[in-house]
Design a protein around this ligand. Structure first.
Ligand code: ADP
Ligand code: MG
Length: 199
């Protein structure tokens, strides 16, 4: 596909039809298909994909992002870690305001991997501002390995975590994925790892 997907900075390119729903029964396929209709983008709602590593959060986020691009929406994909590096650099170069303003532009902002990295006060404040600026203006898709109850520890501040979640979740869909890592499936098949439930 040649459709300007490089602008979105996807780490890899995956479509929805490459996703095996049968492998991840905790995901309601109907809900994902409904999201792929992009009504959530028109309504400026958010999508949050939660679950342990390897269950398909990034795959689904990219697949929805590709649908959005195909339909002519602007999309920007970034991991929280890369975003923070960009913002720290922008602060050093005295152009933090411009950088933050740029992040409100895409119709869809995909923020991947919230939770692997703890945030300091600067990171937490920037994320709060980003979520506030985009609130009811443009959709976000976020992925996290941590449940909402643990977001306080990511931001090392329960007050700011609550404020971020309050805005994020007001108009949103949460997809809670509970299941096995797809990456480990291949290894199990090859006999490198034991089957779950055996030791
Ligand atoms: P994470 O939840 O950690 O973001 P990813 O979405 O990156 O996991 O998935 C890891 C790898 O496994 C990717 O290459 C992805 O395309 C693949 N994958 C995960 N779940 C599925 C699935 N149900 N069907 C097909 N491929 C999958
Ligand atoms: Mg991921």
């Amino acid at each position: 596909m040649k459709l300007k997907t490089q602008w979105a900075h996807f780490p890899y390119r995956k479509r929805l039809d490459q996703f095996e729903f049968s492998f991840q029964p905790s995901i309601d396929e109907k809900k994902i298909r409904e999201l792929a209709s992009l009504a959530f983008l028109e309504r400026k709602e958010n999508v949050i994909l939660l679950g342990p590593p390897g269950v398909g959060k990034t795959h689904l986020a990219i697949a929805l992002g590709v649908e959005a691009i195909v339909s002519g929406f602007s999309v920007y994909f970034v991991t929280l870690q890369d975003l923070l590096a960009q913002l720290i650099k922008a602060r050093e170069e005295n152009r933090l305001k411009e950088r933050m303003a740029l992040l409100t532009k895409p119709k869809l902002l995909i923020l991947d991997e919230i939770g692997y990295l703890g945030l300091d006060a600067f990171g937490a404040t920037c994320l709060f501002q980003l979520v506030s600026d985009r609130y009811e203006h443009g959709s976000m898709i976020l992925t996290s390995n941590k449940s909402y109850g643990d977001w306080g520890t990511i931001f090392q501040d329960n007050v700011i975590a609550t404020a971020i979640l309050d805005r994020l979740l007001h108009h949103s869909t949460t997809i809670n994925i509970k299941g096995e890592s797809y990456r480990l499936k291949e290894k199990r098949k090859a006999g490198v790892l034991p089957k779950p439930g055996t030791s």
